[in-house]
Every structure is written in C-alpha cells, then in structure tokens.
Design a protein around this ligand. Structure first.
Ligand code: CO
Length: 503
C-alpha cells in the first residue's frame, strides 16, 4: 500500500526522535553515572549524534515533505492533530533555517567559553572579567532576534523559543500587576509580629533515609516507577526519553531534609507531565510538552501549592515524624507548617520562598529585556541590578557574586528563559483554582492522601494534549479565562496573611 505524505513525514519525525531520545539518555547518564574520564569522548559522541539529528532535520528530503504538508495546512486541508504536527514542526524548522551555520557555531562557541569565564568570575566576584563575554552574548542574541524576525520588541523573538506564541507586552502587563502587589505585601510581612523559627528544619538526616522518604513521596503523588527512576545528581533535573521512561534526579544535603523533598516534589511534577503525555504521540509535537511555562506550572503546583500546603502535610507529616522521630517527633504541626513557609528577603533566587521568588524573576526579566532592546548598557548591569534589588527587596546586595553573577542563564545565552518560571506560578494557581471547582472534595481527598483525583484531572485537561494547543489556548480552554495574575495573587495573599497574621 502506498504511504501517504503524512505517514512518510511521521516516519521521518520518528527517526529524528529516536536520535533525540538517545542523546537524552547519554546526557542523563553523564549527569548521574558517568566516570570523570568519560567526559571527553562522551562530548564527541553527543556532538556527533546531534549533528546527525540536525542533518536529518534540515535534509532536502525532509524539507520537501514539510513544504508540501505546509501547503495543505495553509489550505486548511489537515485535521487538528496533523495540523498541530505540521504547524509546530514548521515553526521549529523555519526558525532553524533562518540562523546561518556560522552564526550557530559562533553562538555555541561564545556561550561555551562564557560559561567557563562566568564561573571563574563568580568565584572571584569579578563582574569585569565576565563583561566582555556578556557583551558578546547580548550582541549575538540581538542579532538572533533580527535573523528570526519579530513584531514589537526584539525580545519577542527570544521569548518565543521558551514560551511560544507569548508576547512581551502581555508579560509586562501581568508582571507589573504582580509587582504592584508583591512589593507592599513583602513589606507588610516584614513588619509582622509573627516570628517563625525555621531552624527546626535543620538536623541530621542520613542520605539513605532521605532517598527512601523521597521515593515514597514521589510514588504516592503518582510517579510511576515502572516508567521512571529517581537518582542523585549535582543539579536536580527531569528528563523524559519517552512517556514510558522518565528520569528525575535530586540533590541531597545531610542537614536539610526539606531541601531534597521540595526538589523531588518539583521534579516529580515535571515527570508526571512527561509520563502523562500519550505514547502514541511520541516522535511528533503531539508527544511533546507545550512550553517551559506550562511545564513549570506542573512542577510548581506539586511543589508549592500542594507541597507547602496544610492539607498536603496533614497527610505526610505523621509519616515524616515516624521516619525521623528524633527530629520531628516533638515539633508541632503548626510550627512545621510555618517553618516551611518562611518568607524572607534573600539574595539568591534558587533559595527564595514563594512570595519573594517572583520578584527575583521580574527583576531579571526587566533587565534582560532592556539589554536586548538596547535601552541599558551591559556595563551598567551590576548597578542597575543592585538599585532594583534594593527597591524590590529592601536589602543591599553585598557582592556581584550574590547579585548579577548568580545565575547560569545569561552566560549560557538563555535570554528569554526567566519569565517562564513566574508564568509557571501564574498558570499553576489558575489551573488549581479550576481543579478545585471541577473536582468534588478535592482538598478533603488530598488530606487523606488521595492525589489521584488531581493527577487524573491534570492528565485529562493538560497532559494528554501534547502541543495540540498553545499555552494561551490551553489556559482559556481549561479555565475559561485568559492568563491572569489574579489567582496567584489571591493565593499568596490568603495563605501568607494567615501565616503572618496580617490584617
Ligand atoms: Co522546574
């Protein structure tokens, strides 16, 4: 029987995905298992496979198929699923076509060198050392925006890699509402008479016992250990080779159990999304997540909205006390709950609480947008950072190492990435509000340890679609409204007004 155009195309896509999946396994292994000396050859092997993948994706045969299908798409001759496959592949393909090979090489070399220099600059607390590299990166990213093309701000072209179809104007509007709430709210919390003792969380927790506890939590939330693993690594991450094999990792600190528990719940949230994407879609955009922001909405819903809630710990705290009686046996639930929800202006984004976290993001978003639009100079970055920091957090930044040099993103060329973290928080609050309306007694069930109702809801409403909808369409379809900061603001206000007894 003659293969249809679409069937031929899907076969090509599948072969590309096999390579991509193999590369992912090698990356995972590199982070989790690989001995030190394996590094050099491994980099070559991965580089070679990525090259092959790129060749396949940009081959004339592939292009011919895609062009023909794109004509059908334009003429409205494809069904919804095939439209999604062609539209999203075309997006990626045309983006790649617009970037000349020498530009891609230049960017890769620049960022690889910049990452090394950035980590030295951070250790030495020397922004000037990093400055020439960052200048070059900003210049290249502005060039990238030009090559790709954009409407409005050049930042839109970069944002599009991480949060497709989202516009900077919309983010600016939503973030400024959020900022207008957060700054005075944080000031109020700081004035609260409630003083929380978070040191009760510190103690001595053997790693093996932590691993056991984390595995039991991930499993209880619905992580399928028949289709995934939980391992140790220096930086926690999750990676899906396909929906039937999803890996997550956690980092452990001997004196801080909640550190690994939070990170495991976060990565479990990502993994539940990956495990929930239909296997039939594997290889095509129907088997891919929508965007980084939607991905983060899943990890943050589990990590924060649930993982730092009273109902969640009403179920898990007795178990925690039983496993670690020396530490938690005598600590009251109320004090534990307060301790895991301490709000504090702090310098480091990755250690921030739910309230201040988003100010860290808004600050970075504003700065990187201005850098790309050319309205501020790279030289002035530390000063601008420190001024904004004082304005938003009310504290002084003592060093660039703890300020403008703290994140890996800019040295890696990942400009446009930061806003997806806060978008994730906003999506998650809006989704969760809808889930509460849709699911009878959702929170009562959670208290009893029945997480499957929420997971099934997420599967049915979000995971199952792959990339069929854009983030914007999905939010409207699921919640009946456009993305808004309202639900997240309400959530923070209610929760932390109770904890800090604010009026
Ligand atoms: Co994440």
């Amino acid at each position: 029987m003659k293969q249809s155009l679409m069937e031929k195309f899907k076969k090509e896509l599948l072969e590309i995905s096999y390579l991509g999946s193999a590369v992912a396994v090698l990356h995972w292994d590199q982070e989790v298992n690989m001995p030190e000396k394996g590094n050099d050859l491994r980099a070559k092997i991965i580089g070679n496979l990525v090259g092959e993948l790129h060749d396949k994706f940009t081959s004339s045969n592939f292009e011919k198929l895609l062009l023909e299908l794109n004509k059908k798409f334009d003429a409205g001759k494809l069904n919804d699923e095939d439209s999604c496959i062609v539209r999203e592949t075309w997006r990626e393909f045309s983006r790649e076509k617009k970037l000349p090979l020498n530009f891609v090489k230049d960017l890769a070399e620049t960022t690889s060198k910049a990452q090394m220099i950035w980590s030295q600059a951070r250790v030495k607390n020397d922004f000037k050392l990093f400055l020439p590299e960052l200048k070059k990166i900003v210049e290249l990213k502005r060039k990238e925006a030009k090559l790709i093309g954009y409407k409005g701000s050049p930042y839109n072209a970069l944002l599009d890699t991480y949060e497709p179809y989202m516009g900077v104007e919309e983010i600016e509007m939503i973030f400024s509402e959020l900022k207008d709430f957060l700054i005075p709210f944080l000031a109020k919390i700081k004035k609260s008479k409630v003083k929380i003792n978070s040191s009760i969380l510190k103690g001595n927790f053997p790693i093996e016992k932590q691993i056991e506890f984390n595995k039991s939590v991930a499993g209880k939330l619905g992580f399928d250990f028949g289709s995934g693993r939980l391992d140790k690594s220096t930086h926690p991450f999750s990676i899906g080779f396909n929906p039937q094999d999803v890996r997550i990792t956690t980092r452990y600190k001997k004196d801080d159990l909640l550190y690994s528990v939070n990170s495991t719940i976060h990565e479990t949230g990502h993994a539940l999304y990956e495990q929930g994407i239909p296997t039939e879609g594997f290889g095509t955009p129907l088997g891919e997540s929508i965007s980084l922001g939607i991905h983060e909405s899943q990890s943050r819903m589990w990590e924060n909205i649930l993982g730092k809630s009273e109902i969640f710990w009403q179920y898990f705290y007795p178990k925690l006390q039983k496993e670690f009686p020396g530490q938690f046996g005598k600590i009251k639930f109320e004090h534990f709950y307060q301790a895991i929800n301490t709000v504090k202006s702090s310098l480091i984004r990755t250690e921030a609480d739910e309230v201040t976290y988003n100010l860290h993001i808004i600050l970075r978003f504003e700065i990187e947008k201005d850098l790309i639009e050319g309205s501020i100079a790279v030289e002035d970055l530390p000063q601008i950072w420190n001024d904004k920091f004082r304005e938003y957090f009310g504290i002084k930044v003592p060093s660039d190492a703890m300020g403008a040099l703290q994140d890996v993103h800019w040295s890696g060329g990942m400009i446009g990435y930061f806003p997806t973290y806060t978008l994730g928080n906003l999506y998650s609050a809006q989704f969760y509000e809808t889930a509460k309306r849709d699911i009878l007694n959702l929170e009562k069930e959670i208290k009893k340890g029945h997480f499957e109702h929420l997971l099934n809801w997420l599967r049915k409403n979000i995971h199952i679609h792959g990339k069929l909808f854009s983030a914007e369409e999905l939010v409207e379809k699921v919640t009946g409204e456009k993305l808004t900061s309202k639900y997240f603001i309400d959530y923070l206000e209610k929760k932390y007004s109770e904890i800090y007894k604010l009026k």
